[in-house]
Design a protein around this ligand. Sequence first.
Ligand SMILES: NC(=O)c1ccc[n+]([C@@H]2O[C@H](COP(=O)([O-])OP(=O)(O)OC[C@H]3O[C@@H](n4cnc5c(N)ncnc54)[C@H](O)[C@@H]3O)[C@@H](O)[C@H]2O)c1
Length: 336
Amino acid sequence: MKNTIRICVVGLGRAGNFHLTSIERINGLDLHSVVDTDAAVAQREGEVRGCKWSTELTELMKDDALDAVVVASPTDAHFDYICQALTAGKHVFTEKPVGHTVEEINTCFELASKHGLALHLGFQRRFDKNFMALKRRLPELGDARIVKASSRDNPRPSYEYLKISGNIFHDMLIHDFDMLMFLFGAKQPETVFAAGYAYDATIASYNDHDTVMVIIKYADGMVCSIDTSRIAAYGYDQRIEVFGKNGMATVENERNNSVNVYTEKGGSYEPYNYSFPQRYKEAYFEEMVQFADGIRNGQLTNVAHEECVLSHQLADAALESIRTGEVVRFSDFTER
Ligand SMILES: NC(=O)c1ccc[n+]([C@@H]2O[C@H](COP(=O)([O-])OP(=O)(O)OC[C@H]3O[C@@H](n4cnc5c(N)ncnc54)[C@H](O)[C@@H]3O)[C@@H](O)[C@H]2O)c1
């Protein structure tokens, strides 16, 4: 592999922008081109960043100088772009989710493996220093018995985004399911139950929810609750607590700074980070560093195939539960 890795970024919205920022910060990565179906956006970004631009990927795939593609388009186009890029011999970094079905996920991993190409996934929480430290210290707790995660977004994504995002389980909670994979491996749940509501009438009209809780139980006794909301008035809120036989570990939110002020009126402190670009700025950088290293060192993925499939199946099971109001027995469900 040559020293400089030339990358094309597809989809130039919120995710495309934080990936562009990372690519520009990393030595040895070169922005080859940008693609967006909105020609004005593609042209603006191409001109500002001094690279080729296009409204479609196909022609660019023929360029031997291009090594890798970052897929940051809306979710409904991920699978096609991933297949197109891998088939053309390009390494892929893709935003979540990889596909809409287990079959699509399998196809992507099989294509990458067949061609010996990297397929890295945008589960940036795996690269966050706090969650990494939590994972390192888990053994001190003994077997985990209770896991509590809160995952509340801010601000609410646009309705255009939400309309084609799939649903809150595959679009948002997929990060929390992946966090379970990261911390505990591809452990098969026994049951999954989900309940929730759409306070936002537009989200309700998409047959989706904006506020949800999922409870997962495992055969070894571990129970896990994840609550989520599309909006949190006080800022970006992502916390986790793991309770085990020997103790408890928590990961708290980050604030804009750590100053606490105490007066006769009481205490006050800085708000939490506003949203994900602030909270995960360094994690987005680190995941792109690892993608570049993976291309150079032959590390084909940052998320095991079976973990990606299991996260997707957890989202499927939670969706089934909220639609039926029933507890889903996981093994029966995945065998169907
Ligand atoms: N990992 C994370 O923290 C994170 C955060 C936000 C979004 N995402 C993921 O990134 C993806 C994009 O989300 P976003 O928030 O950036 O969306 P966005 O709505 O901000 O931007 C999408 C961009 O893609 C363009 N586009 C639309 N259809 C396209 C197509 N078929 N091909 C190429 N470009 C197209 C639009 O013109 C727009 O510029 C989603 O799949 C989402 O799940 C991940």
